[in-house]
Design a protein around this ligand. Structure first.
Ligand code: FMN
Length: 296
């Protein structure tokens, strides 16, 4: 899928090039921009991020962002100048929000490698359940966006479902080019002194090393059910060996999110560790690793 399989996960480097001085974004396989809506959105009240046990992170940023048009004007030119391969993540409250977002990207289509549909946000027309927990809503969003753009579409799914293979199948049937697995899990941290949630919004999304086994299992099950599907395996990757495992599970690219918050150049270190691991194990290309997991 990509010559360099390491991708900055959505949320990692914000919306733009502001992090380029910390990490050369052109050296990554791709940068997935933090999810954008067709409108500006303030996001949630502070506190928005906190450490969680075991090296995890809990966040409730609430999809704060400038909106697609402002992003095209203010951020994309810099990302383009840095030579970053850009995946634009879109979110919406309704199906039409996703469609509007995709249409606004038309004018810069040549600078957008793919659109990632963040389906882990509440569907206002569907009882506020996440799009990705509902087959009908997942299918409808992907079909509607597919009708409005010819940019490759990745559906980003949540593992907080009974059967991720079933939702993945629905997403692929609806026309998704590939899948990004997984988004954050659902968590809550409590301040015992105040008996209130630690985060301003209450609950939040759990990410980082502790969620790696959940992500590996989701990728492995989906890859086994739909061999050959491009999958960006994301969740808890912090070392080159983590990345190798994600590829073995069936991913063709590997997203790195939380690791970057403690170490802005984590993605580059992970890439270098992966290359060294492949050399030591006489693996010529990372494509050889994809789907090589030997299940009992
Ligand atoms: C602070 C923060 C912000 C995030 N923002 C987004 C977002 O805007 N859209 C999205 O699809 N995922 C978002 N994510 C989820 C990540 O892209 C990723 O799927 C998840 O954190 C698991 O990967 P990780 O363990 O490497 O962080 C965010 C994660 C974090 C920690």
């Amino acid at each position: 899928m990509l010559a360099n399989p390491i991708v900055a996960a959505s949320g990692t480097f914000g919306h733009g090039a502001e992090f380029s001085r910390l990490c050369p974004l052109n050296e990554l396989g791709a940068v997935t921009v933090k999810s954008l809506a067709p409108f500006e959105w303030q996001g949630n009240a502070p506190l928005r991020t906190t450490e969680a046990p075991g090296g995890a992170m809990l966040n409730s940023v609430g999809l704060a962002g400038p909106g697609v048009e402002a992003w095209i004007r203010d951020d994309l030119p810099q990302l383009h100048a840095y030579g970053a391969t850009v995946i634009v993540s879109l979110w919406g409250r309704t199906i039409d929000d996703y469609v509007q977002g995709a249409k606004l990207l038309d004018e810069v289509r040549a600078q957008v490698a793919a659109i990632e549909l963040n389906l882990s946000c509440p569907n206002l027309d569907g009882g506020r359940h996440m799009f990705a927990v509902d087959s009908g809503a997942t299918s409808a969003v992907i079909k509607a966006v597919k009708d409005s753009t010819d940019v490759p579409l990745f559906a980003k799914l949540t593992a907080v479902v009974t059967d991720i293979v079933q939702i993945a199948g629905v997403a692929l049937d609806a026309g998704a080019t590939g899948l990004t697995l997984i988004n954050t899990l659902l968590g809550l941290m409590i301040d015992p002194a105040t008996r209130k949630p630690v985060l301003g919004a209450g609950g939040g999304g759990l990410s980082g090393t502790p969620i790696k086994p959940v992500a590996l299992r989701a990728v492995a099950e989906v890859a086994r059910a739909f061999p050959g599907t491009p999958i960006i395996g994301t969740g808890g990757v912090n070392t080159g060996i983590d990345a190798a495992e994600m590829l073995m599970a069936g991913a063709s690219a590997v997203g790195v999110g939380t690791a970057t918050f403690a170490e802005p150049r984590a993605s580059l270190r992970i890439r270098d560790e992966l290359v060294r691991w492949c050399r030591r194990n006489r693996i010529a290309t990372t494509a050889e690793l994809t789907g090589s997991l030997q299940m009992p």
